[in-house]
Design a protein around this ligand. Structure first.
Ligand code: NAP
Length: 494
């Protein structure tokens, strides 16, 4: 099957290196291969396909986007086990797709990129182990939530028992019948709570800020459902379209309040869900003081049920310090623990870091991004010719499916590469135009709930400005689906 709209383009003379073999890297590889790129290498630091779905293996891991939406548009999958499928199943799906669409053998595993340097005509990509790859175009598909953020809590290293981040889960550590501490109440932590409430002897959940939690049930697909999907793929397509509309209703209509009815529905959903907490004191502790949607919405079939389990304790006193035997809070409490889990999120502005880029005249990415990450149309970076990134700054991430964003962006990127190849030029965005676009986005984000909703979240940069696409996701899709306007870029003759 041909997965790309860009098939048959004049790219046979080009070589491409993609960094990362997660969802976006596999997709980019498939698109480039279908577009006829001459040479393709996908460099992957890990030992298997899957990116975030390989790195995250915590108990309860599943995707909170529906499975029939969270898939490549060209590879519907009748076998999904659940409406929201578990992480291991999703990782396997991407590996299967890499094999099925002929890019698995282009992946170099255990190949961590250290730096990439533009030499005036192409990129020299150096790996941590000293190997070097040359490429006409370089594409970063590293994802952006991949560098764990460890909390700056005093004494973190003093804990005498196992302590790990959710993205570095230590499966050798027993949890059944143990006293487990969990720092955080974001999307990750809520999934862990649902998985461990029944297993731990005691589960202390340390909450700094309550979250609004939307209730979403997660039924399994029956064998009859799967047989029907196998027999008639149009059923899956219909589901995809229906869920895409629901996503737009939620992300643009309800969260951003562009549709008053959708907004009212969301507010009712989270309030009704919260009302299911029986103990008024616990309910009060779980009640946010900011608007729903300000932080990335947490979606769960059973978080409130799990947090009411007799083994669970929601600790809202501030963590004072971590000591050898557990967590000390500022109300004088000492929470003795056998295991401490940090569900404290990721550095959302790491993008392809720690890879170092050196562009025109040896300019480093640190110089170019001295005032924060910047990218033209979220995908190209000043002074970095023929460099593209997926899910860069101001992409419409959050409550829009990362696969849809990657599909729109990879289509645009392939079209840009093909247009440059046809003219024998490398493309690079102008620094002033990029800055103007950034400032326009920044100004527009001040009207979004991420800025006005009264919370702090990982969406915000160091100046407190959300670095998310401020307009409806469908507008972004339309921008990506147009033929790239090469007048927007500086062309470097090759
Ligand atoms: P997160 O949303 O950034 O949540 C981190 C949690 O740790 C927050 O509750 C935060 O509290 C708390 N925290 C951080 N530092 C702390 C400190 N020093 N002391 C006490 N608490 C501290 O991270 P995440 O839950 O890993 O989720 C990140 C993103 O990954 C999500 O928003 C989502 O986009 C994605 N994700 C997606 C799925 C999926 O199913 N699609 C699943 C998991 C994650 P504050 O709120 O006070 O900052």
């Amino acid at each position: 099957m041909n997965a790309s709209a860009g098939a048959g383009r004049p790219m046979a003379g080009l070589s491409a290196v993609v960094i990362g073999a997660g969802m976006a890297g596999v997709l980019m590889g498939i698109r480039l291969k279908d577009a006829g790129v001459g040479s393709l290498v996908i460099l992957e630091k890990g030992g298997s396909v899957g990116g975030t779905w390989r790195e995250n293996t915590y108990p309860g891991l599943h995707c909170d986007f529906p499975s029939h939406l969270y898939r490549y548009s060209f590879d519907p999958n009748p076998e999904w086990s659940h409406h929201f499928s578990p992480g291991a199943e999703i990782r396997q799906y991407f590996e299967n797709a890499a094999r099925k669409f002929g890019v698995f053998d282009r992946i170099r595993f255990d190949s961590e990129v250290a730096e990439a340097r533009w030499n005036g005509a192409g990129w020299e990509v150096k790996l941590v182990d000293g190997r070097v790859f040359a490429a006409d175009v370089l594409i970063s598909a590293t994802g952006f939530l991949h560098v764990p953020r460890y909390p700056d809590i005093p004494g973190l290293k003093d804990f005498a028992r196992p302590c790990f981040h959710t993205a570095r889960w230590d499966h050798a550590v027993p949890l059944d019948g143990r006293r487990v501490g969990l720092v955080g109440t974001g999307s990750t932590a809520t999934q862990v709570v649902c998985a461990l409430a029944n297993r731990a002897a005691r589960l202390c959940v340390f909450q700094r800020t309550p979250q609004w939690v939307m209730r979403l049930d997660n039924p399994a697909y029956s064998e009859a459902d799967k047989a029907a999907f196998r027999k008639d793929p149009a059923l899956m397509e219909a589901r995809f379209r229906e869920m895409e509309q629901q996503m737009v209703y939620l992300a643009d209509g309800a969260i951003q309040g562009r549709n008053a009815e959708a907004r009212a529905w969301l507010e009712r959903n989270v309030q009704d869900n919260l009302a299911s907490v029986r103990d008024p004191v616990l309910r009060q502790k779980l009640t946010p003081d900011y608007q729903v949607g300000c932080k990335r919405l947490v979606m769960s079939p059973s978080f409130y049920e799990s947090i009411q389990h007799p083994a669970c304790e929601l600790v809202t006193a501030k963590i004072e310090r971590i000591v050898a035997e557990g967590v000390r809070t500022n109300d004088g409490g000492l929470h003795a623990l056998d295991v401490l889990v940090l569900a404290t999120g990721f550095d959302p502005q790491a993008y392809f870091c720690p890879v170092k880029l050196f562009g025109e005249q040896g300019r480093s990415i640190d110089e170019v991004w001295a005032n924060g990450p910047r990218a033209y149309r979220s995908m190209t970076v000043p002074y970095m010719p023929n460099f593209f990134m997926i899910e860069g700054p101001f992409s419409p991430v959050g409550n829009v499916s990362a696969i849809l964003i990657a599909e729109w962006q990879s289509e645009y990127i392939v079209n840009c590469i093909a247009a440059g190849a046809a003219r024998k030029v490398a493309l690079v965005p102008d620094a002033q135009k990029t800055e103007a676009m950034m400032q326009a986005y920044k100004a527009a984000t001040r009207d979004t709930i991420w800025f006005t909703g009264g919370c702090r979240s990982w969406y915000l940069d160091q100046d407190g400005v959300p670095i998310l696409y401020p307009h409806p996701a469908q507008q972004f899709e339309q921008e990506m689906r147009r033929a790239p306007d090469l007048a927007e870029y500086r062309a470097i003759a090759l």
